[in-house]
Ligand binder design. Structure first.
Ligand code: ZN
Length: 400
């Protein structure tokens, strides 16, 4: 009986996802996309109409026979919230259950202010954004949050973050749940940005690596629209992969020759400072690089080549169809990409690079907030959540 209910929830969730994602708008389209019998689709759709997740919205164009009844997402079914907490800037958004953003807002905020201040400010802004758009906390179906540090995804706990003093061991969802009775998903910034970029590009059935080059270096892995996190949430941590020939360079992790220690924005800043330039941070590197300083350009290209060495191995191992470059140093995209492309296409095996594209991030500073909305939407329509709604008989009453 329980297995049957689980199966039903999975089928219902799949149908809901196809309608909400814009891939189907009638029962017959759902039947042909899923291969389910027409009678099963009709029964499942009745469930979705009854709990208020979908609504019928008039007749569609006829393809010969009777005009199909169109089904769409019910705007009253609720919203998801997204938040991207960066080191110095934050951004929040309200989105519909497909992850389409309806309203967003950004502000300057220092993650170093500590969790109490940062999260209290976040909650205030989320509540006021909801209020401005005629929504209440009771309309929220899921919340997706990105933070600039390692996260144990299953519990939303921040784990030994290098730039987030006071956050170590903090389970972020518990604090948000004091104000919102909805699932809260927390992930690291790179995974969230990777997810946002994947959907911004309109990818389907693709394998994407999102490489963030800023103060540090990280990588998010998206397989067929889902983040690959590994067993403990550490997948994609390419910043601490060893690059040969730099045994004298010690990394913050305690090892030597890490990619991050030789090719990140702060590493380039250190190399330039050693040559006598007035450079301290990744942002100084970007400023001088944009002004065309030839010494900076040279160091950025070399950094690109070192990143390319690591990525060539990743390409052989994972065979992505797209590599996307983001993060603050990606503002110097021409020089960084030149270095990366040269090495990847030379070192990776031909079969793995046949269709591979290596480009700069297209969604820019919005990648994180877009990804938070998609993560929340994926969870809001997941089989577990749909099973709760089916048991409660409605999407509007919160069933946890
Ligand atoms: Zn390291």
């Amino acid at each position: 009986m329980a297995a049957e209910a689980g199966n039903e929830a999975r089928e219902v969730a799949k149908l809901a996802e196809l309608v909400v994602g814009g891939r189907a708008s009638s029962r017959s389209e759902l039947a042909s996309l899923t291969g389910l019998p027409r009678s099963t689709v009709s029964r499942r759709v009745e469930h979705l109409l009854r709990i208020g997740l979908l609504v019928e919205s008039g007749d569609g164009p006829s393809s010969g026979g009777r005009r199909p009844v169109l089904i769409t997402i019910n705007p009253a079914a609720g919203v998801v919230l997204s938040a991207y907490l960066g080191a110095t800037h934050s951004r929040i958004a309200i989105a519909d259950l497909s992850g389409q953003i309806e309203a967003e807002q950004s502000w300057k905020a220092d993650i170093g202010d500590g969790p109490d201040r940062v999260l209290a400010g976040l909650v205030d802004r989320l509540l006021s954004l909801l209020d401005q758009h005629g929504r209440s906390p009771a309309d929220v179906r899921a919340i997706g949050i990105g933070v600039p540090g390692p996260v144990e995804f299953a519990t939303g706990t921040v784990v030994q973050p290098p730039i987030m003093p006071g956050w170590d061991g903090l389970a972020v969802p518990a604090i948000l749940r004091e104000h919102f009775h909805a699932p809260v998903l927390v992930d690291n910034d790179v995974n969230i940005m990777a997810l946002g970029e994947y959907w911004f590009r309109g990818c389907h059935d693709e394998q994407l690596l999102f490489v963030k080059v800023g103060t540090g270096i990280g990588c998010g892995i998206i397989t067929n629209g889902l983040v690959h996190r590994g067993a403990d949430g550490a997948a994609g941590d390419i910043g601490h992969v060893r690059v040969a020939g730099h045994d004298d360079v010690i990394c913050v992790c305690g090892n030597s020759s890490c990619l991050e220690a030789v090719a990140s924005g702060s590493a380039i800043a250190r190399q330039l400072a050693a040559e006598g330039l007035d450079v301290r941070y990744a942002r100084d590197v970007v400023r001088l690089g944009q002004a065309g300083d030839p010494r900076v350009v040279r160091h950025v290209r070399v950094a690109g080549e070192r990143i390319g060495e690591v990525l060539a191995s990743m390409v052989n191992f994972y065979n992505p169809s797209q590599i996307v470059l983001g993060g603050s140093v990606a503002a110097l995209r021409d020089d960084l990409l030149a270095g990366i492309r040269g090495v990847v296409y030379q070192r990776a095996v031909p079969l793995a690079t046949r269709r591979l594209t290596i480009e700069a991030c297209a969604s820019g500073e919005r990648a994180g907030v877009l990804g938070g909305a998609i993560l929340a939407a994926q969870n809001a329509l997941g089989p577990e959540q749909v099973a709760r709604w089916l048991r409660a008989g409605t999407v509007s009453r919160m069933a946890r």
